[in-house]
Design a protein around this ligand. Structure first.
Ligand SMILES: [Zn+2]
Ligand SMILES: [Zn+2]
Length: 72
């Protein structure tokens, strides 16, 4: 079971005022309910899959790579 370990609190993005949060590689963890800046598919805190904006078609590739992630 994925649980928040508090690691995300140190990664949380709080400096964005009015800007689209999904810009600049930001992703949302629904489990921790935070926006973090990371290049990984999964949250470094709870390991659940991070959400990205549906408009960013290039991120679809990341979801396909999840298959590889599952091996870990
Ligand atoms: Zn967390
Ligand atoms: Zn998380």
């Amino acid at each position: 079971m994925n649980t928040c370990k508090g690691i995300c609190l140190g990664l949380e993005l709080k400096k964005f005022n009015g800007k689209t949060r999904y810009e600049n590689n930001q992703k949302h963890c629904t489990q921790c309910n935070v926006f973090i800046d990371c290049s990984e598919v999964r949250c470094p805190c709870c390991r659940c899959v991070l959400r990205v904006t549906p408009r960013a078609g290039k991120y679809r590739k990341l979801f396909q790579e999840r298959k590889d992630e599952l091996r870990y």
